[in-house]
Design a protein around this ligand. Structure first.
Ligand SMILES: Nc1nc2c(ncn2[C@@H]2O[C@H](COP(=O)(O)OP(=O)(O)OP(=O)(O)O)[C@@H](O)[C@H]2O)c(=O)[nH]1
Ligand SMILES: [Mg+2]
Length: 301
């Protein structure tokens, strides 16, 4: 029997928990069962009570107090503790059946997605071994942060880093689209949704701004002309990064407005495709009330 899950990731405040809530609401509305797993040991308020909450195993607050760690060190400690106590996840998840979508709500500390092997090990445990969950990563970036070229590069590279590290089907999502709608031309938005090297480096106004910055810095401090962020070298760096993003041709973004159910439904259909959810579902019984109504209304017509 297969199981299906989505790992909702991304930087702090990207809208991960809001997306999880919207997804659960959408699944409820469509009479689809889901299983909500909170893996953020600092999360407090939930619109839907998690079925598994890492805080029942360990809480960030306790770790910070007892181990005298900061929030990031504390989070790593919590995940190492989870790694040593994987039964906490395995035992309840073994009972989850194939109709369920298991939603994992992750914390926002970016180091989890870049260089620490904790998350790949956790993902391996969920995808292989006894659980054998068909998983997809949903990586959220806030749209207001990335519709500016340098921020877009930084955000996209972080998404790519997570993608390469986790080696699992991956859906990138620009969240909070309601905040940029009407403020950004559709044409401009398009090039951030499906980036290619030429579009990303072709931005004369931005270049002008950097040239001006360079002149100002030169007057103040001649050594600043060596700054890699200024002028031609920055331009070349931009081009190289844009080419890298293009070469991978893996980074494109779906739009998400968590308040808009159609938008949530559209993102879910990409996730379903990535994990092949529908292929594994049993055909529904024809005597199911809903199906009977549909058949009756089709006969009436
Ligand atoms: N306008 C708008 N605000 C949003 C949207 N999604 C989330 N927010 C707001 O963004 C803030 C952060 O949202 P969360 O869902 O807590 O983000 P998160 O990624 O779970 O944050 P951490 O778990 O702390 O990393 C909250 O104030 C939300 O109300 C959206 O689609 N539109
Ligand atoms: Mg959250």
């Amino acid at each position: 029997m297969s199981k299906f899950g989505v790992l909702v990731m991304g930087p702090a405040g990207a809208g991960k928990s809001t997306f999880c809530t919207a997804l659960i609401q959408h699944l409820h509305n469509n009479k689809r069962p889901c299983y909500y797993v909170n893996l953020d040991p600092a999360a407090e308020d939930f619109a839907f009570e998690p079925d598994i909450d890492i805080k029942d195993l360990i809480s960030l607050e306790d770790v910070m107090e007892e181990m005298s760690l900061g929030p990031n060190g504390g989070l790593i400690y919590c995940f190492e503790f989870l790694q040593e106590n994987l039964d906490f996840l395995t035992e309840p998840l073994e009972q989850v059946t194939e109709e369920y979508l298991i939603i994992f709500d992750m914390p926002g500390q970016i180091e989890l997605y870049t260089h620490i092997p904790i998350l790949p090990d956790l993902v391996k445990h969920l995808m292989r071994g006894s659980l054998n969950i068909n998983m997809c990563a949903a990586y959220l970036l806030e749209s207001t942060f990335v519709i500016d070229r340098p921020k877009f590069f930084a955000g996209t590279l972080s998404a790519m880093s997570a993608m390469l590290m986790l080696e699992m089907p991956h859906v990138n999502i620009l969240s909070k689209m309601d905040l940029v709608k009407g403020h950004v031309a559709k044409r401009d938005l398009k090039r951030f949704l499906a980036p290619d090297a030429e579009h990303l480096t072709d931005e004369p106004s931005r270049q002008l701004q950097f040239e001006e910055d360079k002149d100002e810095k030169r007057e103040a401090d001649p050594a600043a002309t060596k700054n890699v962020m200024a002028g031609e070298s920055f331009n070349r760096l931009n081009k190289a990064v844009a080419q890298l993003i293009d070469d991978f041709s893996m980074v494109s973004f779906l739009k998400l407005d968590a308040q808009d159910e159609d938008s949530v439904g559209a993102v879910l259909s990409y996730i379903d495709d990535a994990i092949q959810y529908h292929e594994a579902q049993e055909p529904r019984e024809p005597n199911d009330n809903l199906d009977t109504e549909i058949i009756e209304s089709a006969i009436d017509r």
